[in-house]
Design a protein around this ligand. Structure first.
Ligand code: SDX
Length: 436
């Protein structure tokens, strides 16, 4: 509350010049006012009261959260307080998944139990495979995966019991475990290859690579370099506070829909080229540019506003996305093993120009998580249609952690924003003969 008589009051004083009335609105957390505190500002008793208008929520906090912290000005990203750089260097993806879901790094026993539980839930119901076989061979993998996840909800009716922590946890384990299987099956369907089923003795990422790429050999041994690179990429993509897809997960979850349906909605949002679909758009852009000779003409089209430099820019980061730095380093490690991706030269030249070009500097446009990730995925042998799916697998953990935090937050309820109505005033129905 405002301090009485000692130092500045922790409030905003608002004068409504329409009525001459003054209002005091409390400031929370140093820079936040509660939008509902504005409703007291009215011109008369019939007035609904003052609202805030914020299309795309560019300056609106929708929740309190203790999961991920981003400092966009300084390019800082922490999961539950741990810097992303340390987690990427020292942790495995499932260890980070436990951290995001449970709030702290697991003990050895906790991690062993979590790995065991995930390992023993990697299989999907065989009827899911019948669904998969209904898609065209060239169906986009993200469209397939999004459909299969919502279909999974029909196999687990107990997932609707969203207020039962134990029932929630088993759905969380199922989704974390099954996403790689669904993704790998979508890839194999796309390639016209038989499905490779999960192998329990492999790590999370080695099992995923095995389901994707094993052909005609009994024991597929993925390269430790590629296994680790994928683990790091999964860690970097695991959560990112209230981004578009996480907000979607929270909004759908606020209606108490089951987590499979909510997650399918989040995947649909991630699929967008302005969001998680950007890594696919980056590769298509680099392929279209084709040579560093063509960069000046492309950059001219960007400056004219005709194109966007995909993989650049961010709503929150106004400095280098810390994930992009780590991915860039990982890319060099992968290329030492797979051979250099020729598109890397174009990407590096684009970044060099953008980081010194007024158009980008003045708009704080830096490489984001999607700019280099696709180059690694391509070097690993993934078609571009798999790129958003590779984003969705690790982000499943963040979506679920945010979903559960929303359900346990007593301030939250079903999401239902207001609007400013700009349509026609009341008018009477007109017979069709009299229209036109
Ligand atoms: C992800 O929110 C998250 O955390 C997302 C994410 C996560 O982990 O969940 O980090 C993952 O989605 C990363 C972003 C991937 N998307 C792309 O790389 C697509 C290209 N980038 C953009 O379209 C854009 O930068 C956004 C969508 C990422 C951010 O858009 P904003 O914050 O709404 O900014 P804006 O569109 O209002 O742009 C501000 C200005 C505009 O110019 P002016 O109108 O002021 O003249 O910058 C320009 C834009 O035209 N601009 C770009 C640009 N991004 C913004 N111009 C050229 N190329 C770009 N990439």
């Amino acid at each position: 509350m405002a301090e009485s008589g000692t130092g500045p009051r922790n409030t905003l004083s608002i004068r409504d010049n329409r009525t001459g009335r003054d209002y005091e609105v409390e400031v929370h957390e140093g820079n936040v006012i509660r939008a509902m505190d504005l409703r007291q500002i009215r011109v008369n008793e019939d007035d609904f009261g003052m609202m805030s208008y914020d299309p795309a929520f560019t300056n609106t906090a929708s929740t309190r959260s203790s999961i991920t912290e981003i400092d966009g000005a300084r390019g800082i990203l922490r999961y539950r307080g741990y810097p992303i750089e340390q987690l990427a260097e020292k942790s495995t993806f499932l260890e980070v998944a436990y951290l995001l879901l449970k709030g702290d790094l697991p003990t050895a026993d906790e991690l062993d139990t979590f790995i065991h539980d995930v390992t023993f839930h990697t299989y999907a119901h065989e009827n899911v495979i019948k669904l998969l076989n209904g898609f065209r061979y060239d169906a986009h993998a993200m469209g397939i995966a999004t459909s299969l996840v919502s279909a999974l909800s029909t196999f687990y009716p107990d997932a609707k019991e969203v207020h039962d922590p134990e029932k929630r946890w088993i759905q969380i384990v199922r989704l974390v475990a099954k996403m790689p299987t669904l993704a790998a099956f979508a890839y194999r369907h796309h390639r016209g290859l038989p499905y490779v089923y999960p192998e329990n003795e492999l790590s999370y990422t080695a099992n995923f690579l095995n389901m994707l790429f094993r052909i005609g050999v009994r024991d597929y041994a993925p390269s430790p370099v590629l296994e680790r690179a994928l683990d790091v990429l999964f860690i970097l993509h695991a959560d990112h506070e209230q981004n578009c897809s996480t907000t979607t997960m929270r909004v759908i979850g606020s209606a108490h829909a089951d987590p499979f349906c909510a997650l399918s909605g989040a995947m649909a949002a991630l699929y967008g080229p302005l969001h998680g679909g950007a890594n696919e758009a980056v590769l298509r852009m680099l392929t279209e540019i084709g040579s560093t000779d063509n960069i000046p003409a492309f950059m001219e089209s960007v400056r004219k506003g005709e194109r966007r430099l995909m993989g650049f820019g961010h709503r929150v980061y106004k400095a280098y996305d810390p994930r992009a730095s780590i991915i860039k380093t990982t890319a060099h490690e992968v290329f030492e093993f797979t051979g250099r991706n020729p598109l890397l030269d174009i990407a590096l030249e684009l970044e060099k120009i953008a980081l010194q070009e007024e158009y980008f500097v003045s708009r704080n446009l830096y490489p984001n998580v999607d700019f280099y990730s696709g180059l690694i995925y391509q070097a690993l042998g993934f078609p571009v249609e798999m790129f958003p799916v590779l984003f969705a697998i690790p982000r499943t953990v963040g979506w679920l952690a945010q979903w559960e935090e929303m359900l346990e937050d007593s301030e939250q309820k079903i999401a239902r924003p207001r609007q400013i109505y700009t349509g026609a005033g009341e008018r009477n129905w007109v017979p069709i003969a009299d229209r036109g």
